[in-house]
Design a protein around this ligand. Structure first.
Ligand SMILES: Nc1ncnc2c1ncn2[C@@H]1O[C@H](COP(=O)(O)OP(=O)(O)OP(=O)(O)O)[C@@H](O)[C@H]1O
Ligand SMILES: [Mg+2]
Length: 396
């Protein structure tokens, strides 16, 4: 539905199936090529190939799920074009896992519901699936998502063992041509026994966290779908991209989509036809109160003044300020509060950056992502007042 700033609000939902709407997954082309290199020749063999196993490793929001769904759709389409009866089957262990027999019931139901019988054990389900695929000359490429969650939660269920050794159920290709496991890291290997680890293999494709410019690129496409023209400026988008690529968020695109969505909702509620950096800051302070009172109380006296200078240098419409402007404001503040001049501003800024209170992109671009400027200003003003009182008391 089209309202206010939004053209299609739904398209920012994390569940929106971008892989069905876009003809590429930006910045994951290399990974998709690797997937083709790994699995591609199976199509030349008309599917008559033994099971291959692959792992995808990448942090939260790095596009693992959407990329693998995209690849699965492409693989399936190319197989159909060659008249191979092949389907991509996607399973998310967080929702479809649980006990082994439940998982296989869910899996088999997706392939051929008639094979599912409530009285079948996990082994029987698997065996009947494999014979069915072989008899019918049907082929499956499997994507198993959230394997790390699953092996941690259900250590003894042995799904990795089963799925990586399907070939051993018969001496013919088993119809399942590939299984790709998706995980956020490799730590789950610690929960596997040596036999599972060995059959899983060591081949993996890495999804590195998106950089700021990559997030920017990706969001441009999502913004075009979600908002009317001119609602979200490049400046605001770059601000969101920088926050997303920060160490704390580590390129999590889901977070970026949330920020965009809620900033849009807030702009709409305030009757604004544009999303401003301050809308983003306000949302940030609600979805991740990164700048707590404790953070500020823990600063040195100089740190507090430098932070106040940063805040004063920023206005609601601009996400960044420059080092020069901050220096000037530190001077003004020291005069205003009758404090000794502060010489090591750079050191204080470094400290604020280490504490992830400020973002430093360059000497010309220093910003704050933790809290809306107005609130922070009021909050810090109070602090500085106390600070001033203490200094006067100390020296008087
Ligand atoms: N390159 C991209 N282009 C467009 N949208 C993307 C891209 N990468 C991720 N997204 C979107 O970001 C959200 C998160 O991506 P996805 O679910 O694929 O991440 P993930 O790596 O599977 O994360 P998790 O480990 O938390 O499951 C999804 O809504 C997805 O559509
Ligand atoms: Mg995922």
């Amino acid at each position: 539905m089209s309202t206010g700033v939004f053209k299609n609000q739904e398209s920012l939902s994390p569940d929106f199936p971008i892989e069905r709407h876009w003809d590429e997954i930006p910045h994951r082309t290399n990974q998709i090529n690797m997937l083709w290199n790994f699995y591609g020749d199976i199509l030349e063999k008309k599917g008559e190939s033994f099971l291959r196993r692959l792992q995808i490793i990448g942090p939260s929001g790095s596009g693992k799920t959407c990329t693998l769904k995209f690849f699965g759709n492409e693989f399936e389409a190319k197989a159909k074009a060659r008249e191979i009866d092949l389907n991509h089957v996607y399973m998310n262990l967080k929702f479809e896992g649980g006990r082994r027999v439940i998982f296989y019931r869910n899996l088999v139901r997706k392939i051929e519901p008639r094979l599912v019988s409530a009285s079948f054990s996990a082994e029987e389900l698997l065996r009947s699936l494999i014979s069915y695929l072989q008899e019918e000359r049907r082929y499956i490429i499997l994507t198993i998502d959230e394997i790390d969650y699953f092996v941690r939660r259900f250590k003894k269920e042995g799904i990795v063992y089963d799925l990586t050794r399907l070939n051993e159920l018969s001496n013919q290709p088993c119809g399942v041509v590939g299984v790709t496991f998706l995980a956020r890291g490799k730590e789950y290997h610690d929960f596997l026994d040596p036999a599972e680890l060995s059959s899983l293999g060591r081949t993996f494709v890495e999804f590195k966290p998106y950089s700021s410019s990559q997030v920017f690129d990706i969001l441009e496409g999502r913004v075009a779908e979600a908002f009317h023209r001119g609602v979200c400026s490049d400046e605001t988008l770059r601000f969101i991209a920088d926050i997303t690529a920060s160490r704390k968020i580590n390129g999590d695109l889901r977070y970026a989509l949330d920020l965009l969505l809620y900033s849009g909702v807030l702009a709409d509620n305030q009757g604004s036809n544009r999303i401003l950096p301050d809308h983003v800051r306000r949302v940030l302070s609600q979805i991740s109160p990164s700048l707590t009172t404790e953070d500020v109380v823990g600063l040195s006296d100089e740190g507090k003044i430098v932070l106040l200078a940063v805040v004063r240098s920023l206005s609601g419409t601009h996400p960044y300020t420059s080092l020069r402007e901050i220096r000037e404001n530190v001077g003004v503040l020291c005069e205003e509060f009758r404090l000794k001049p502060i010489n090591n501003i750079d050191e204080s800024l470094q400290d604020l950056w280490d504490r992830q209170i400020i973002d430093v992109r360059s000497l010309l671009e220093i910003g704050i992502s933790g809290a809306p400027i107005e609130d922070l200003d009021r909050f810090l003003d109070g602090l500085i007042e106390r600070l001033e009182a203490r200094i006067e008391y100390g020296t008087g």
